[in-house]
Design a protein around this ligand. Structure first.
Ligand SMILES: Cc1cc2nc3c(=O)[nH]c(=O)nc-3n(C[C@H](O)[C@H](O)[C@H](O)COP(=O)(O)OP(=O)(O)OC[C@H]3O[C@@H](n4cnc5c(N)ncnc54)[C@H](O)[C@@H]3O)c2cc1C
Length: 427
């Protein structure tokens, strides 16, 4: 049997102790079989257990093996598409519902951390940093827009104020969201998995779902066992492969890379990010960074369409870090890793139901730490028969990538190249 370990990363090296979970070797029965133990699967499992469902989670590798255990750790609220663009596409009623939910994921994470006492270095405060006057104008209009949806906690930062929160002279201003923040992402996933088990849920690791027998009483098969369930939740995101062919057609796995420096020491770390907020810039191909609890800088950026693993991650990301912080030129990079997220053409999540009993949520296209937590709540509501908020997501239109399975990667890379040029020249 394959035994897939965590990929090497700062997170795997600093993970809280967690027991390896058993491999499924039996024929088990449950109410809900969740496929995938990332945030989508774990959040769904927790909300369902809290509502009295019996839940079995199947994980192909380890808890948090996918994006949930490798990401930048930035709690970024909202979606990967601006709410005014969503409003133009779906109309005011649906946009109103989506807009109201846009900051809920950050609250869910904080509730989870506090209720289940999860040790994941949670810090409040996230900054969107504008590199050009045009980007600053966009942040100003986004702030006005969010106020229209009832979110009034955002604060604009002028050029003077942003220097007080980040020692990078590239920015003309920014926007602070104190309901954003950052976490050790793998430790959040491990804490949520322990919470699932504390409520009586079962998690099997190294137990990939290899086939779903659909019908009134669906069965999920793994190499050595099977789960009979009333409902299935598919939460494999960019690592799902072709298990559910309908889902693969309108999404594309993409890789993105992250590095972690050596510990910088309190003095240098505090000069870079004195309030310990996390930062992402406003480019289409954006850079994002934050400090860890032991004062390393975690810096991410870059997208590899089609999710091939790049040969030398440090060579791709370190120059971006030095552009923002030339003062780190002598600092050593201790860890470099890559992970996959799932892109959709609209950059909005793909949510829905196949037949009567197979639910899914995937493809939040980059910003997923908060959305996936919300998704778990919305999926659990739908299984309980309250589908209004689920429908607001499920009704979002989705389209196949131009070029089909064969040409979608080069086509998307061309699109990103175009947006990269616009970022570069501030267009
Ligand atoms: C490098 C990187 C940096 C990122 N940074 C940020 C950030 O700072 N902020 C932010 O908001 N978002 C970020 N994201 C996006 C965010 O991490 C994801 O959107 C989110 O974690 C997705 O969670 P998920 O549970 O849907 O998928 P995943 O976390 O990928 O989990 C899917 C799980 O399903 C399992 N699985 C797949 N197929 C099967 C199967 N057949 N049977 C059983 N199990 C299966 C996988 O092994 C995996 O564990 C980043 C993503 C990456 C890759």
């Amino acid at each position: 049997m394959a035994n897939t370990p965590y990929p090497e990363s700062y997170y795997a090296a600093s993970a809280n102790p967690a027991p390896p979970r058993p491999v499924l070797q039996d024929d088990v029965e449950t109410d809900v079989c969740v496929i995938g133990a990332g945030y989508t699967g774990l959040s769904s499992a927790l909300f369902l257990l809290e509502s009295g469902f019996r839940v079995t989670v199947l994980e192909a590798a380890r808890v948090g093996f996918g994006a949930s255990g490798r990401n930048g750790g930035q709690i970024v609220n909202s979606y990967s598409r601006d709410i005014d663009v969503i409003e133009r596409s779906v109309g005011p009623r649906q946009a109103q519902m989506l807009g109201q939910m846009a900051f809920e994921g950050g609250r869910i994470i904080r509730e989870r951390v506090s209720t289940y006492n999860i040790q994941c270095d949670l810090k409040d405060g996230g900054v969107f940093a504008a590199l050009t006057a045009k980007q600053m104008g966009h942040l100003e209009s986004q702030k006005r827009l969010w106020e229209r949806f009832g979110h009034s906690q955002l604060e604009l930062l002028d050029q003077h104020r942003i220097r007080e929160v980040v020692a990078c002279d590239q920015y003309v201003g920014g926007m602070l969201d104190m309901s954003g923040g950052h976490i050790h992402p793998l430790n959040l996933a491990l804490g949520e998995a322990a919470a699932v088990e504390s409520l009586g849920g079962t998690i099997y690791e190294q137990s990939p779902a290899v086939r779903i027998e659909r019908g009134a009483n669906p069965v999920v098969h793994t190499p050595q066992g099977k789960v009979r369930a009333k409902f299935i939740i598919v939460a494999g995101n960019a690592y799902l492969g072709n298990l559910v062919p309908e889902l693969a057609a309108k999404s594309m796995p993409c890789g993105t890379q992250v590095i972690a420096t050596q510990p910088l020491g309190d003095e240098l770390a505090n000069t870079l990010l004195p309030q310990d907020y996390c930062v992402e810039d406003c480019n289409y191909l954006l850079d994002y960074y934050r400090l860890t609890a032991d004062k390393r800088l975690i810096f991410g950026g870059g997208v590899v369409y089609g999710a091939r693993d790049p040969a030398n991650i440090e060579a791709i990301i370190r120059p971006k870090m030095l552009k923002a912080f030339p003062q780190l030129k002598d600092v050593k990079i201790d860890y470099a890793w890559t992970g996959n997220f799932l892109l959709t053409l609209s950059r909005l999540p793909q949510v829905g139901r196949l037949g009567d009993n197979i639910y899914y949520s995937q493809g939040c296209s980059g910003h997923g730490v908060t959305y996936t937590h919300l998704a778990g709540k919305v999926l659990a509501e739908a299984l309980r028969g309250q589908a209004e908020r689920f429908d607001a997501f499920a009704d979002l239109p989705h389209y196949p990538f131009p070029g089909g399975q064969l040409l979608r990667t080069p086509f998307a890379a061309m699109g990103a190249w175009y947006y990269g040029l616009r970022d570069k020249y501030g267009l």
